[in-house]
Design a protein around this ligand. Structure first.
Ligand code: SF4
Ligand code: SF4
Length: 430
């Protein structure tokens, strides 16, 4: 184990609240119904491949697209297609969705078998067929990531789960360590890399010890200071290799590929059994949940069913989040389904949700000091409020990764992240 560099980007310390760290994952039985949305990746939504009344099996393709940036979507249950509808997602986008009534039998689709992989091309084809997308949050189709135009020499495994409350990646590392190394092996072999670094924060000593005791050749562990946002892609690349991803460039432009632990583990399982991406390990936590825990849930399961599996609500949820409190997306209805990249559902009760009124900026500069990307959040806020598009461009709002460090640090409680999201939407698309 080694620390490659000592320099750290800006960031902040947030309370970890890793309440479910030691909770072994439990598997939820299939719900009576799943709603599988056709937009679970970066890129255009898939087209629905089934019609109402069709019988489908587990792992059968129900959505696909000819678009370059896309990944197929599979049924997570066996049963009957009850409805094909449009769902208004919390991000404001409407997307088609397939509603399937489960028959409880979980019959596996007859065509499912381990993929026959012998070289890079067959590996990329297998990854595409699996429906794998970046499971750390971004949903970037993995078959594109694993086929970079530029030569890459380093695989970085993102085990830095820096969002408060979320422990699903940690449990993945602890419970599926061998699968993690197997997944790393497949990626290194077929993408063509000899070097892999697992970046993990130092608040996970048991995982660091376990990983360090099983390291194959070419793989090392880098222990990172547990501050936020260590798991952000550009931050992690810098902190593990010292390389800086320039504006407008991809990690592959600096010779690296970053893969979340959950994606690597899924890949290992898929290479062994051929079952595409139909389930997800999800942390369920927050003061409004009776029994916080990590749950293996089928994709398409409603938040409501998932929370009922965790004992139900113990009090009325005041705020419900897809993800953690720093970067999670608020949902206003627990009928929303679990998606491929859902890693947590957090339901805060009244005592955990503080409402503050914004006050005027006092030019303290804390937001600037907190920003890992050296942006100037106060200036962006100001340009947005004056509708100064050139100013927004000059202050590079497009680079903002919406990590929330600025808002968290602001004594005036300026709604900086929200402003930055709206500001990015104002910039003309190029
Ligand atoms: S939300 Fe954007 S501006 Fe604010 S700290 Fe994060 S990257 Fe910087
Ligand atoms: S932290 Fe808040 S008050 Fe301080 S400079 Fe930034 S926006 Fe202004």
């Amino acid at each position: 184990m080694s620390n490659i560099i000592n320099k750290a980007l800006h960031g902040i310390h947030v309370p970890h609240h890793k309440n479910t760290h030691e909770c072994e994952t439990v598997t939820m039985s299939p719900p009576n119904q799943v709603t599988i949305v056709m937009s679970q990746h970066m890129g255009p939504p898939c087209e629905v491949q089934v019609k109402v009344g069709d019988e489908v099996d587990v792992g059968e393709t129900i959505g696909d697209s000819a678009a370059f940036l896309s990944a197929p979507i599979h049924s997570s249950v066996s049963g009957t297609v009850k409805n094909i509808t449009d769902v208004l997602m919390p991000n404001g986008n409407r997307t088609p969705a397939v509603v399937i009534e489960a028959d409880g039998k979980q019959t596996l689709f007859s065509g499912i078998e381990p993929p026959k992989v012998k070289d890079k091309d067959s590996f990329i084809a297998a990854v595409k067929a699996s429906g794998l997308v970046g499971l750390g949050g971004a949903g970037f189709p993995s078959h594109i990531k694993f086929n970079p135009k530029q030569p890459v020499d380093c695989l970085i495994i993102n085990a830095a789960e820096c969002e408060p409350y979320i422990t699903s990646d940690y449990r993945t590392v602890m419970e599926e360590t061998q699968n993690l190394f197997d997944g790393i092996g497949y990626i290194m072999r077929y993408v063509g890399m000899n070097n892999c670094i697992i970046g993990i924060e130092d608040n996970k000593p048991k995982a660091i010890e376990k990983l360090s005791g099983m390291l194959p050749d070419g793989v090392s562990v880098v222990s990172l200071k547990a501050d936020y946002p260590k798991g952000a892609e550009k931050v992690l690349i810098y902190e593990t290799t010292g390389r800086i991803v320039p504006e407008g460039k991809l990690p592959s432009d600096v010779g690296v590929i970053v893969v979340n632990v959950t994606s690597a583990v899924f890949l290992a399982r898929y290479m062994k059994d051929g079952v595409p991406l139909i389930s997800k390990r999800v942390t369920v936590d927050g003061g409004a949940v009776k029994t916080p825990q990590n749950v293996n849930a089928l994709i398409g399961t409603s938040i409501k069913d998932l929370i009922e599996f965790c004992g139900g609500y113990k009090s009325e949820p005041k705020k419900l989040l897809y993800g953690g409190p720093m970067m999670g997306l608020a949902v206003y209805d627990d009928s929303y389904p679990i998606l491929k990249n859902t890693n947590a559902i957090v339901a805060f009760d009244k005592s955990q949700v503080e409402m503050y009124a914004e006050t005027a900026c006092i030019r303290c500069g804390r937001c600037v000091r907190a920003c890992p990307l050296n942006l100037m959040p106060l200036r962006i806020d100001d340009c947005y409020n004056r509708n100064d598009i050139e100013g927004l461009r000059a202050h590079k709002v497009n680079l903002c990764m919406e990590c929330g460090c600025c808002s968290y640090s602001c004594p005036a409680k300026r709604h900086l992240v929200q402003t930055h999201r709206l500001a990015k939407a104002k910039l003309p698309k190029v």
